[in-house]
Design a protein around this ligand. Structure first.
Ligand code: NAG
Ligand code: ZN
Length: 441
């Protein structure tokens, strides 16, 4: 099955652009209040119609990028990754939060798709022993690539900022992949590098389980010890800096946040977290970390997960609560360090007013209504994450062009196996020093 052309024009013929240029100054003149002040007094310019026009103009000129969506995981658990079947009605609509019609309505320009695979049931086992997590991650990467290919009139896979910008110019939704936890790498730096080769562009340091690199927020929430980054975790951060992988701190413990921010030379992201000061949940970002993120040049992409918006009463969370969190991050870290990471398709309940991806324009409009300037909203929508990603790319280029070699460090607790068979020695001191032989049944 191939999809019928469904792309919507982001940039029209050139004569339209000329008319646009003539209209633009008039538009700018019509909304001076928004350009000048935060929390300005309501005025005639701020009526709903003009807010809508300002929101529409922003979404036509900057790619709105969402930091986290779990559609690939839904396809895994409901369809065992089969998308060519008629059952997968991505084009005509799904009950969940994301499909093509909703995407078009939501004016999304770029999406980080989570190629998530679960933490193994036994937290101890997964650090030392091989698990299925790497295989399952490869399957989710394969699925996401097939999805983008199947709907290539609308989606485009991108591994660079230049590609993300070009996709938007071409009227397509830039599609980027994020891996949600070091367990999905089998705790291996070699696997990390290969995941980059396959197109993954961010790694969440932990999901809801500790790994060889760091302590997870969920461990601390369950009264476990917060050990932060391990020694190997420091190496992991340096290697991500070197290869140009975005480091995601959503899901990690407080100490891990601090340790990564002290170690990294490139900006970090929180792909889907909100403000701890407004909602005391371990998945959220405390104010001191928000200030460090500002110093680091990174970004906190505010999430819509009701449990992280309203800890006491999640069902009371609305689009206004989300805007409260966005303004808080902006007040503490600055408008250069805030973005959006919905977690659509990853949670059963969503805030009132943000039911699915079609509602992004309503969010943009509400930010304007609450006093954000067009410039601030443009940063929030896409300029910030593209700047962060570009800095990560540039730092990686600097390191690799200086000849920095891949790290060969491995986890000390790692179990190595080999078959017990006769092989030649490369060195005369290897007798008795090789990985111990094992007889397979
Ligand atoms: C990264 O480097 C490119 C090329 O030199 C430059 O155009 C771009 O502005 C840099 N990005 C950032 C965020 O500084
Ligand atoms: Zn998550």
């Amino acid at each position: 099955m191939t999809s019928t052309p469904t792309r919507w024009p982001k940039s029209g013929p050139s004569w339209l652009k000329v008319i646009g240029l003539l209209i633009l100054p008039a538009v700018a003149f019509a909304y001076p209040a928004g350009h000048l002040a935060v929390n300005h007094e309501p005025s005639l310019e701020d009526d709903s119609f003009s807010l809508e026009k300002r929101a529409a103009h922003i979404l036509e000129t900057i790619t709105l990028i969402d930091g986290h969506n779990d559609l690939p995981y839904l396809i895994r658990v409901e369809l065992k990754n089969k998308i060519y079947d008629e059952k997968f009605t991505f084009e005509s609509g799904l009950l969940s939060h994301m499909d093509l019609p909703k995407l078009r309505k939501g004016k999304l320009g770029g999406q980080f798709w989570s190629v998530y695979a679960e933490c193994p049931a036994d937290p101890e086992t997964q650090i030392a022993d091989p698990t299925w997590a790497v295989r399952d991650t490869l399957e989710q990467i394969d699925l996401t690539k097939r999805l983008v290919e199947e709907y290539s009139d609308d989606l485009k896979l991108c591994g660079t900022v230049a590609c993300a910008r070009q996709a938007f110019e071409d009227g397509k939704i830039g599609s980027f992949m994020g891996i949600e936890g070091g367990h999905q790498l089998g705790n291996s730096l070699a696997t990390l590098r290969q995941m980059y080769e396959l197109g993954a562009r961010y790694i969440t340091v932990t999901h809801n389980c500790d790994n060889a690199f760091a302590t997870a927020a969920s461990t601390v929430a369950a009264d476990g010890q917060d050990k932060g980054l391990t020694e190997f975790g420091h190496e992991f951060v340096q290697e991500m800096n070197r290869i140009g992988m975005l480091i995601d701190l959503s899901h990690v413990s407080y100490q891990t946040m601090l340790d990564v921010l002290a170690e990294t030379k490139a900006p970090v992201i929180f792909s889907h977290s909100s403000s701890y000061a407004l909602a005391n949940h371990h998945r959220n970002v405390p104010d001191d970390v928000l200030r460090s993120v500002a110093e680091n040049g990174g970004i906190v992409m505010v999430t819509f997960v009701p449990f992280f918006l309203e800890v006491e009463n999640p069902s009371a969370a609305t689009i206004h609560t989300v805007v409260d969190h966005i303004f808080h991050v902006a007040e503490v870290a600055g408008w250069d360090h805030v973005g959006v990471g919905s977690d659509f398709d990853g949670v059963g309940v969503v805030p009132v007013g943000l039911e699915d991806v079609s509602k992004f324009p309503a969010l943009v409009k509400l930010l304007l209504e609450r006093g954000a300037t067009d410039e601030q909203v443009r940063k929030f929508a896409g300029e910030n994450i593209l700047r962060v990603w570009s800095e990560v790319e540039n730092y990686s280029w600097a390191l690799t062009s200086a000849g920095e070699k891949p790290s060969e460090k491995t986890w000390l607790g790692r179990k190595w196996t080999r078959a017990d068979m006769s092989m030649p020695f490369m060195f005369d001191d290897s007798m008795g020093n090789r990985i111990p032989g094992k007889t397979y049944p």
